[in-house]
Structures are given as structure tokens and as C-alpha cells.
Write a protein of this length. Structure first.
Length: 118
């Protein structure tokens, strides 16, 4: 599966933004999809993930209660709804696929830049 993240942009602190991860290739629904982010001079970190059916999710502590991950398998797309954005959320956001929610993620797509101004 090939993945492409989109929807990033420049927003102000407190704003909301929704990212999309679109899949192409032969299969999509068998994979869990995860969102990661990488800020300048920092290591890539886990943000959120959703299992293949969309019934189970997990989040990093830093985004719990503010971010929501969902998926539409018919549209081969996973969404990351981000609210109450903070300058610390500024990063390039990537999506990736895994066999299940807690597996190693791979098939990294190109990221999308999110910049939150204070």
C-alpha cells in the first residue's frame, strides 16, 4: 500500500485542522494506519493510530482529548482531526501502515507540514 498525507497548513493556536492519509495500491483495509510527526531537530514521534476496522485507536499522551483518528475504508482514507492546536504541534505529519495497531509501521508516505503560530 502507498500512502500520501495531506491537509497541512498554517493555523493559529487554538484552531482546528484535519489531515488526510489517502491510500493507493491493491489493499488498504487489512492495515492499521498510524500517524507520526517530526518537528525540526527532533526525532519522529508517534501521534495516533487506528486498527483495520476502525474500532480500536490509540493516542500519544500529548494529543489525547485533542486529536481524533478515524478511517473510511470505502474511500481508502484515514483522517486525523486536530483541535486546540498548540505551537508544540508544529511538525511534519506522516502516515504509515502496519499489520496491527501495535506493530512496526512502514510504507511511509510523504508528509504534510503543520505550523501552529502562537
Amino acid at each position: 500500500v502507498q500512502l500520501q498525507a495531506s491537509g497541512g497548513g498554517l493555523v493559529q493556536a487554538g484552531d482546528s485542522l484535519t489531515l488526510s492519509c489517502a491510500a493507493s495500491g491493491r489493499t488498504f483495509s487489512p492495515y492499521a494506519i498510524g500517524w507520526y510527526r517530526q518537528a525540526p531537530a527532533k526525532e519522529r514521534e508517534f501521534v495516533a493510530a487506528i486498527d483495520r476496522s476502525g474500532t480500536s485507536t490509540r493516542y500519544a499522551d500529548s494529543v489525547k482529548g485533542r486529536f481524533t483518528v478515524s478511517r473510511d475504508n470505502a474511500k481508502r482514507t484515514v483522517f486525523l482531526q486536530m483541535s486546540s492546536l498548540e505551537p508544540e504541534d508544529t511538525a511534519v505529519y506522516y502516515c504509515a501502515a502496519a499489520a496491527n495497531l501495535y506493530s512496526n509501521y512502514k510504507n511511509w508516505g510523504q508528509g504534510t507540514q503543520v505550523t501552529v503560530s502562537s
